[in-house]
Design a protein around this ligand. Structure first.
Ligand SMILES: Nc1nc2c(ncn2[C@@H]2O[C@H](COP(=O)(O)OP(=O)(O)OP(=O)(O)O)[C@@H](O)[C@H]2O)c(=O)[nH]1
Ligand SMILES: [Mg+2]
Length: 304
């Protein structure tokens, strides 16, 4: 951990960082804080996927501090921006995954292709490392290869997968999964679900039903609904999470594909606009490419 974690995070975020920060460096090295400065900063933040709402919020904060503290040096303002971003994350709090936990059920949701199944495999690998007995539940009966994909991960990781045939009722698989978890005394259940657009009302209803099945069969276990968001989808991720949260109550987020060309700014928008904590970030496709989200380190990594 420590230094190596930080350098891996920085490595993972290298492209993301280049997108967010290259412009900012230029802007903060300008020699005065005037309207042009603010306009350029606003453009850069919006380009970095911070989104209009959160960019406006940040600029209002900066203008206020500039006035209050009578700041004229743009480099000083950069530090203040970093602090403001950090305090957005702090206000939301954290969602720590306890990889030593027992009696916990994770329901993993999100739109198509964001990285749900991969995240489940990554989480399963970490729980296993901590000596937990894990069970996977193939609740995605919709997509043809979905169960096979989870079975392949299960085989690779040496973890059992509860599954039905393609086209089966996802609620039925989940019911079986809950029973099997209890019978086998699994510490952790990770339930995969089919990707669905947040705008598809009937599919969101189906997911509510799946959640009800889980709730009705908890038998003392704790349910945590986690939503996976693909960082490369930018502001759309914010709209997705809003709808899923309203339908299901999302306790924590996983933001994937931060190793790609994603602009890290979307995490700031997510924290500021949704107030749902980010628990984990995905920085690659391998089982080990899942990191705990540390807002302080993330902000530092973005600006260093
Ligand atoms: N670069 C990168 N790729 C990722 C990451 N997480 C997932 N992927 C890739 O994204 C693609 C989709 O991942 P899945 O896990 O199948 O996504 P899903 O949400 O289960 O997709 P559906 O079940 O079809 O809705 C795969 O090619 C993964 O390898 C990540 O953090 N970084
Ligand atoms: Mg999947």
């Amino acid at each position: 951990m420590g230094e190596s974690f930080f350098s891996r995070l920085k490595q993972g975020l290298a492209k993301t960082k280049a997108n967010l920060i290259s412009n900012l460096e230029d802007i903060f090295s300008s020699n005065k804080i005037d309207e042009d400065f603010y306009t350029e900063l606003e453009d850069a933040l919006i380009m970095a996927d911070v989104g209009i709402e959160t960019t406006t919020y940040l600029l209002d904060r900066l203008r206020k501090v500039v006035k209050e503290k009578n700041i004229s040096d743009p480099t000083q303002l950069k530090e203040i921006l970093i602090q403001e971003i950090a305090s957005i994350f702090n206000a939301v709090g954290s969602f720590a995954i306890d990889f030593n936990a027992k009696n916990v059920v994770y329901l993993i949701v999100g739109v198509n292709g964001v990285g749900k199944t991969t995240t489940i495999a990554k989480m399963a690998a970490r729980f296993k490392e901590h000596g937990r007995q894990v069970l996977l539940v193939a609740g995605d009966t919709f997509r043809a290869a979905a169960t096979e994909q989870l079975l392949a991960w299960g085989e690779r990781l040496g973890i059992h997968v509860i599954h039905h045939q393609e086209g089966a009722d996802p609620a039925a698989v989940v019911f079986d999964g809950m029973a099997a978890g209890k019978a086998r005394k699994a510490d952790v259940l990770l339930i995969d679900t089919a990707g669905r657009l947040h705008t598809k009302v009937n599919l969101m209803e189906e997911l509510k039903k799946v959640k009800r099945i889980v709730e009705n069969n908890l038998d003392g276990r704790e349910l945590r609904v986690m939503m996976v968001l693909d960082a490369t989808t930018g502001q759309n991720a914010v709209s997705q999470a809003k709808v899923f949260h309203e339908a299901l109550g999302v306790q924590g987020l996983v933001v994937t594909k931060l190793d790609g060309t994603a602009k890290g700014g979307v995490l700031i928008a997510i924290a500021n606009q949704l107030r749902i904590p980010i628990g984990l970030i995905g920085v690659g496709e391998r089982a080990e490419d899942l990191q705990d989200f540390d807002p302080e380190m993330f902000t530092k990594a973005l600006f260093e």
